[in-house]
Write a protein that binds this ligand. Structure first.
Ligand SMILES: [Zn+2]
Length: 89
């Protein structure tokens, strides 16, 4: 059986990190890439997130894998352009 990984305490506020699965987004060369189900430690107090070194390495490899990225399913995201006229003077 796999031992549960201890994330320890948050570096920012010293609260115990909770093991969770997160959705992580990255901007790679102007493209938004979303990686789902990433095991991470999340701080319940300030929201700080940390990943284990091996998970970080896997993500680093993944975001360099342009072939895998181009074959991945796409999602549409709302895209809104800033409009100066809508900002009150
Ligand atoms: Zn924290």
């Amino acid at each position: 059986m796999k031992k549960k990984y201890e994330y320890g305490e948050c570096e920012i506020c010293n609260t115990s990190m909770k093991a969770s699965r997160i959705k992580q987004d990255f901007w790679i060369r102007g493209r938004l890439i979303v990686v789902e189900g990433v095991p991470a430690g999340v701080c319940p107090r300030c929201g700080e997130r940390i990943v284990k070194a091996d998970v970080g390495l896997w993500i680093a490899k993944l975001i360099e894998d342009s072939d895998r990225i181009s074959k991945a399913p796409k999602i549409a995201v709302p895209t809104i352009k800033f409009d100066e006229k809508e900002v009150a003077a």
